[in-house]
Write a new protein. Structure first.
Length: 661
């Protein structure tokens, strides 16, 4: 039995609490199995039923799934609807109309509350402002915003007029922003003068200016600027407008634009194993249905719930479980601008207490950092706060280790809250493998079982199923409505990345390794199988970071990047660098390493800065010139080299690269 398998079997099992089972949408494993059997028995009928029950259509669909051009699947493609109308208009005239949609807490602690009716008016007004800029159905708009109500409004306003938005995380550099504007062919950028994080003003508009000054953004016509702070920023006449200027003459009524079910709702760029980021393209109907349905299934959302997902709108979690899912479900949610450690590491617990949060969804990285803070200072320990409003906890972004799961369960959930450890990806649109709070017995560190209709499996390199207890590659055997539709402008890369021909061309390859337990058939994700790192829930391509390092042409000759496990961030970036001069040591090596980290932050963003940098006279290469990355991974982890090194051109280089700064 493998070490992973022994952990799966030996871990304590937590049955669903009685309070979670009672009144749950999916109550008990019998109900879960019945849904799975319905999907297996009548796959298209299952999805058609859910699409009709969960979405409001302006033109009902008659065709559920078109597989004629696999893997370019189409769902509900003769139907029409509008995503914004499904999030806002559908609640008008109901009890939800005057319910709080967003409780926004700013970095400094200021709280703003917006009802669904008020949010509809503000989204409509912003949609009219976009139309006044000449933006309409099919146009692409880049959003580079802080975590504010205005960021959600911008996304919803784009959806309302049929424009396709592409949100770029506010921590990305000017170069990264420039590349995304060009690739998407964006006609406008929506941004802010600054964002507030940890009590500090961080620039956004100046980064937009730098991105546009790099050239190539030939499709861009306008920039709309939200004045988040009182600090002035550069405004270019004829191109830039503040929100105040753009909105002051606009009506608060705007009819939603019906779009085809397959209309691209958004493009979200994610790192790939080659240098160029991938523009993940999502449809309107399939994506929105799954965002709404997983709110109901995974979080078992109830009318009185206060939901809080801590993710930024720059990532898929912030799309599905901030900007779309909670609004479509008619749920009150908390939106937070700041960081969990400001003004102290009790910020999350204080907010849960203050806003009476009932469902809390955050990342293992945040949990691990808060464990460390709580152990170091009793005043920020969750035991000091009233967290009795909580009924459900969630984890997202990376596998959660059993130790962190147990701490989260005991100290935050009071040993009464189920934890939904959700596995999914930018490309999947929503949850894929996750416990259901009213049905699934929980095992710490396991995402348990696929949701009904998700035909997940573990296979070998040829696409053959492997037995439970044996590791392999995670795949999905049948399409599902919220899946990626394409890589924007690059269909060949889409096929090669996600539907490899050596597996038959129709299996969706998640890019993660996994194993299923012998006792329950539960899934555990074991890590990436490609060259993509998962750092604090952010996917970073090793090639992107390598490209940034070697672009420092006056200094760097060659670089290789791998990941290593990290207690705080899940994975850490480890860079092995060969300079165009002699190998540095001591203080000189530390100085150059700082220079390289700052360069990567400038080229990609602070999240990509290598945690470890090692210098060598060369990289470990075979005599044919291939870098032996498996050796670098072992060095990064501090493991002894047990692999065969006989094919290395210079085995002695391994000792150099093993030296830490």
């Amino acid at each position: 039995m493998s070490a992973i398998e022994s952990i799966l079997v030996e871990n304590r099992v937590f049955p669903p609490p009685a309070a979670a089972v009672q009144g749950a949408r999916i109550s008990g494993m019998e109900a879960y199995n019945a849904l799975c059997q319905e999907a297996e028995r009548d796959f298209e009928g299952f999805w058609a039923r859910l699409a009709r029950e969960n979405l409001a259509w302006t033109r009902p669909f008659t065709r559920t799934l078109d597989e004629s051009n696999a893997p370019f699947y189409k769902w509900f493609d003769d139907g029409e609807l509008n995503a914004s109308a499904n999030c806002l208009d559908r609640h008008m005239g109901t009890a939800v109309e005057n319910k709080e949609a967003i409780v926004f807490e700013a970095d400094g602690g200021e709280v703003t509350r917006v009802t669904f009716k008020q949010l509809l008016a503000r989204v409509s007004q912003f949609a009219n402002a976009l139309k006044a800029q000449g933006i309409g159905k099919g146009d692409r708009v880049v959003i580079y915003m802080p975590m504010t109500i205005e960021g959600v409004i911008a996304m919803q306003a784009c959806a309302r007029i049929g424009a396709t938005h592409s949100v770029v995380f506010g921590g990305f550099s000017a170069k990264a922003l420039n590349e995304r504007i060009i690739d998407a062919g964006a006609v406008a950028v929506i941004t802010a003068n600054f964002q507030m994080r940890g009590g500090k003003e961080l620039p956004l508009k100046s980064i937009v200016d730098d991105a546009l000054a790099m050239g190539g953004c030939t499709t861009l016509k306008s920039v709309l600027v939200y004045m988040r702070t009182a600090t002035a920023c550069n405004m270019q006449a004829g191109r830039d407008q503040t929100f105040e200027q753009a909105l002051k003459v606009q009506s608060t009524e705007c009819a939603p634009e019906p779009v085809n079910a397959e209309h691209p709702l958004f493009i979200l760029y994610t790192s790939g194993s080659t240098g160029k980021p991938k523009g993940v393209q999502h449809s309107t109907a399939g994506y929105l249905m799954w965002a709404k349905l997983t709110m109901d299934w995974t979080f078992d959302i109830k009318p009185a719930d206060v939901f809080w997902c801590t993710a930024d709108i720059g990532w898929i979690t912030g799309h599905s479980y901030v900007a779309y899912g909670p609004l479509a479900a008619g749920c009150t949610q908390v939106v937070f601008e700041g960081v969990p450690t400001y003004p102290n590491a009790g910020r999350f617990w204080d907010m849960i207490q203050k806003h009476k949060v009932t469902v809390f969804y955050t990342a293992p990285t945040a949990i691990r950092s808060l464990i460390k803070a709580a152990e170091g200072a009793a005043k920020v320990h969750p035991a000091r706060y009233d967290l009795t409003s909580l009924r459900l906890l969630g984890s997202v972004g990376a596998p959660i280790n059993p130790e962190a799961w147990m701490w989260y369960h005991k100290h935050v959930g009071g040993e009464r809250c189920p934890i939904v450890d959700t596995f999914w990806q930018t490309e999947t649109g929503g949850h894929m493998i996750t416990p259901l709070p009213g049905a699934t017995p929980l095992v710490p560190g396991s995402c348990t079982l696929p949701l009904p209709g998700i035909m997940a499996a573990i296979v070998d390199e040829a696409g053959n199923d492997v037995p439970d207890g044996s590791g392999g590659m995670l795949v999905v055997k049948r399409p599902w409505p919220s899946m990626i539709r394409n890589i924007w402008g690059d269909p060949e890369r889409y096929k090669a990345s996600y539907f490899p021909p050596e597996m038959g061309g129709t299996l969706y390859l998640a890019g993660d390794g996994a194993v299923r337990s012998l006792d329950r058939g539960y899934f555990r994700i074991t890590g990436r199988i490609d060259d993509v790192l998962n750092v604090s829930g952010h996917r970073l391509g090793t090639m992107e970071i390598e490209s940034a390092l070697v672009s420092m042409t006056e200094l760097v000759a060659e670089a290789a990047v791998v990941g290593r496990p990290d207690d705080l961030t899940g994975e850490a970036v480890c860079a092995f660098v060969v300079l165009k001069r002699s190998r540095p040591t001591g203080d000189e090596a530390l100085k150059i390493a700082t220079q390289l980290r700052n360069w990567v932050a400038k080229e990609i963003g602070p999240i990509a800065k290598p945690k470890d940098i090692r210098f060598g006279d060369n990289l470990p290469k075979t005599r044919s010139g291939k870098i032996m990355r498996r050796l670098l991974r072992s060095i990064a982890k501090g493991e002894p080299i047990t692999q065969d090194t006989s094919t290395l051109e210079n085995p002695a280089i391994l000792d150099q690269l093993a030296e830490k700064l």
